[in-house]
Design a protein around this ligand. Structure first.
Ligand code: ZN
Length: 752
């Protein structure tokens, strides 16, 4: 194990860090119904030759076990998987159950030594027992931890536009963007070094020298895993140069063994290229990160790495689900609970009535479609994770073997009993819920904009963990997931929401819409404003769950639900709060595949609508302005005044390039053209294109952005105009008018 440690106190800038090596042995566990089988295993010569030592230890084998059992711990040489596979296969998979196989070594080390990335520790090298880590008053629970200033650069390769770059193309130009000392990206002063007009060999040598001289902690790339680094590695090989960009100087970069893989999550397919790691520095690939793309930037990554005890390279690329899993695994390790290699999902068999009750999901009351005025919205604060915490919902607590008569918690509708002992999942969630609340309070208390920004990024990273936690409870690949626990949370949520609606009705409100964790209500008579606060307090007191009063809408339009290609959008609305804040769900501006100019036009119309204080006001005053605006946009399109980058569609591919049929679709048009130019797109990759001739032949319908050049300005005016009008009509229809393709305005008597 190699550690790169930033020193707290250093005098010479060149010696900001030290490198420490420790001899450490990877390990995993084996359990068997027959202990003599385990004893025989360590007599086997083949096994003995691939392990350094073994011992018999006491561990809990499954999350529901109340007693620990004796298992075999093997300390191994080399890769885990090979030996694990051999052992698992023995005697037709009958003898052994394997645990803690697929945890990465760094995670095991962090868990076993109770340390975490970016923590403040005193480390001493003890010859006999390895490194000794002592916390210097730091803990993952702290919100005011101090991080060192990190040096950051961004490496960018420059190529002519409109051509797909292959590894055989020579490199002519590199830009190195150097950010000055500051962890907050926005505050960075930057310095750009441009390298060009040199032979490729000189260019590469200079890049290596500059990286060495600057000695950055972080190197950013736009697509370092899939392109920049593999390409640089190839060009360096051709020029017979060792591409040493790591802090460990004698390690040059090499191509990864695997090319990457596509995976499926939450109804979407993603593609992940293999990670290219640097040694002693962190490589952040901006196109291969979940944490940084969601706007939580480095502060979010730091928070997640510390809290979930996940290394920075892994953390930046891991899905939030993997980060959450790491937190579960840490808590399991603390309990001496083994982590199944291949999770076995245990499910309580359900009868028809239970299935019916269980599958109702989160929808309680469908909205009254159309326009409404003076509607108030209330949202429960992290309802699902709070249910898991407060009702102790976890894989092992639902229908436990010990608390059949527990009257304290019964799952509503299903009447399942819940264990009295705190569950693993609630235990792991507690710190996340608690820290997020503390960050939100800190953000509200401080007037320092830099701190506000940091706290906000950290709380939003934690929010993603909370959002994911519920899905993982029933996820079949989760180590400690269980569908019954997932169903229990849904049942509690429905119960809380319907209770909330009754409270609102009792307090003289009409409930117009209720879904998942939100309700929209309207006062029956014109009563005082503090009625809303009374309602909020009453709901909190009676349900035991905190709810926030989001505000009162001047007006809101609930739209019919839409079934799109990925997932049905149950919640579609747009409205404006009394303070002028616009809120939208499920309409074009919220979708990631909409071209930017459509989003811009829709947003501008929303801003015009937001100025209207009532539906009457809008119908009288604003609609003519809006029609004018639509006409302006249509004429911009007509005279080709829209930049091509604002016309780009962005689609996530669900299949590999060769799995698409030959139908004449716009996606196929882009995929085929890329294929002809030697780029083979994979499921989970992003496809971006502009429409050139929507009704044209297959290869002429669109241009993929990789092939865009300055000459490509022949976008399809008619198709883009149609799309623009459609998205404007989403906003106009509730106000009783529709704008057609001939630019005429029609009144709708009763559209919905
Ligand atoms: Zn129990």
């Amino acid at each position: 194990m190699i550690f790169w440690i930033r020193l707290k106190n250093f005098t010479d800038n060149k010696k900001r860090y030290i490198r420490i090596e420790e001899k450490w042995q990877n390990y995993f566990y084996i359990a068997s119904d027959n202990i003599s089988k385990l004893e025989q295993l360590v007599q086997n010569d083949e096994i003995l030759s691939s392990i350094s030592s073994y011992e018999f230890v006491k561990r809990s084998e499954t999350i529901t076990d109340t007693k620990k059992s004796t298992v075999l711990k093997l300390c191994i040489f080399g890769k885990n998987l090979k030996l694990a596979n051999t052992i698992e296969k023995m005697n037709g998979y009958q003898d052994f159950r394997l645990y803690n196989v697929d945890l990465i070594p760094e995670q095991k080390y962090f868990f076993d030594h109770d340390i975490f990335p970016l923590g403040l520790f005193e480390v001493t090298d003890d010859d006999n027992s390895g490194l000794l880590w002592k916390s210097k008053s730091d803990s993952v629970g702290f919100t005011d931890y101090h991080l060192p200033y990190f040096k950051k650069i961004h490496i960018k390769l420059n190529f002519p536009k409109g051509k797909i770059i292959k590894s055989t193309d020579e490199l002519n130009s590199i830009s190195i963007v150097q950010y000055n000392y500051s962890n907050s990206i926005n505050k960075n002063k930057i310095h750009i070094i441009d390298l060009s007009d040199k032979s490729e060999k000189k260019l590469l040598k200079e890049l290596i020298k500059i990286v060495h001289d600057i000695d950055p902690d972080f190197i950013f790339t736009e697509d370092g895993d899939s392109f920049t680094f593999p390409y640089l590695i190839h060009r360096a090989e051709i020029n017979k140069i060792d591409l040493c960009l790591s802090r460990d100087n004698d390690i040059s970069l090499t191509k990864p063994e695997r090319k990457g893989n596509s995976f499926f999550s939450y109804g979407r397919t993603y593609f992940k290229p293999s990670t290219i790691k640097l040694f002693g520095r962190i490589h952040i690939d901006k196109s291969n990160t979940f944490t940084i793309r969601t706007g939580s930037d480095l502060e979010g990554l730091f928070e997640i790495s510390r809290l979930c005890r996940i290394p920075l390279h892994e953390g930046s690329r891991a899905s939030i689900g993997r980060c959450l899993t790491s937190l579960h695994l840490y808590n399991a390790t603390k309990r001496e609970l083994l982590i199944p290699w291949k999770p076995t999902l245990f499910e309580h068999p359900k009868n028809m009535i239970e299935l019916f009750l269980a599958d109702r999901g989160g929808l309680i009351l469908e909205p009254e479609i159309g326009l409404h005025e003076k509607i108030a919205e209330f949202d429960f604060v992290s309802l699902y994770p709070n249910i898991m915490l407060k009702r102790n919902v976890s894989a092992e607590t639902i229908l436990c073997d010990c608390c059949f008569d527990n009257p304290k918690f019964r799952v509503p509708e299903l009447n399942y009993h819940i264990c009295n002992k705190k569950g693993l999942i609630p235990e792991a969630l507690e710190i996340v819920l608690d820290k997020r609340l503390r960050y939100k309070n800190l953000k509200n208390k401080t007037s320092d904009p830099v701190l506000q920004d940091i706290y906000d990024k950290r709380q939003s990273a934690l929010k993603w963990i909370l959002v994911t936690s519920f899905g993982y409870l029933g996820f079949s690949n989760a180590k400690f997931g269980r569908i019954d626990a997932h169903i229990a949370v849904c049942a509690f949520a429905r119960d809380i929401l319907s209770h909330t609606m009754h409270i609102a009705e009792d307090m003289n409100f009409d409930v117009l819409h209720g879904i998942v964790d939100s309700i929209w209500v309207k006062k029956k008579n014109n009563t005082a404003k503090d009625d809303y606060f009374k309602l909020k307090e009453t709901i909190k007191k009676e349900t035991d769950f905190d709810i926030s009063f989001e505000g009162v809408y001047k007006w809101i339009a609930f739209l019919p639900s839409e079934i799109n290609t990925h997932l049905p959008v149950l919640n579609r609305y747009f409205g404006v709060f009394e303070d002028g804040t616009i809120k939208t769900r499920g309409i074009e501006t919220r979708r990631h595949d909409t071209p930017p100019f459509l989003v811009q036009c829709q947003n501008e119309i929303l801003e015009l609508l937001a100025k209207g204080n009532s539906i009457k006001d809008i119908k009288h005053d604003k609609l003519s302005l809006i029609i004018k605006k639509i006409k302006k946009y249509l004429s911009l399109l007509k005279y080709r005044k829209i930049d091509t980058e604002n016309l780009i569609f962005t689609k996530l591919l669900s299949k590999d390039y060769n799995q698409y049929n030959n139908r004449n679709t716009v996606e196929n048009s882009a995929i085929k053209q890329l294929e002809l130019n030697g780029e083979y797109v994979k499921a989970g990759q992003v496809l971006q294109y502009i429409i050139i001739d929507y009704n044209g032949p297959l290869l002429k319908r669109v241009v993929p952005i990789q092939l865009l050049n300055n000459k490509t300005n022949y976008y399809d005016i008619k198709k883009y105009s149609e799309l623009l009008i459609d998205s404007c009509n989403t906003l106009l229809k509730p106000f009783g008018i529709i704008f057609d393709q001939n630019q005429s305005v029609w009144r709708l008597d009763n559209y919905y």
